[in-house]
Design a protein. Sequence first.
Length: 111
Amino acid sequence: MEYHDSDEPIFVISVAARLVEMHPQTLRYYERAGLLKPIRSSGKIRLYSQREIERLRKIARLTSELGVNLAGVEVIMDLTERIELNEEKTRQREQELLAEIARLRQTLAQQ
């Protein structure tokens, strides 16, 4: 499996919980609810990545500051991820189209 720096599982549950100011049991609950998917070490220890820490912070903002329930959090997080994926695809397509325009302009200039 290939990891980006923010995807590398490096924090044990106690450290992850401290970083987001939550109880470790809350992280376990979120995992059971499907909001988190920590990697398990060979010894079955939960390991959290920086990306998951940021996800936990978003969950905390949604539940604490906005009063969203966990079902709402799941929908919001899913939609946010879809939007981010679509934005990335759009950026990539834009770059492809700009490169094609440049190529066509060069072809026209050579005629």
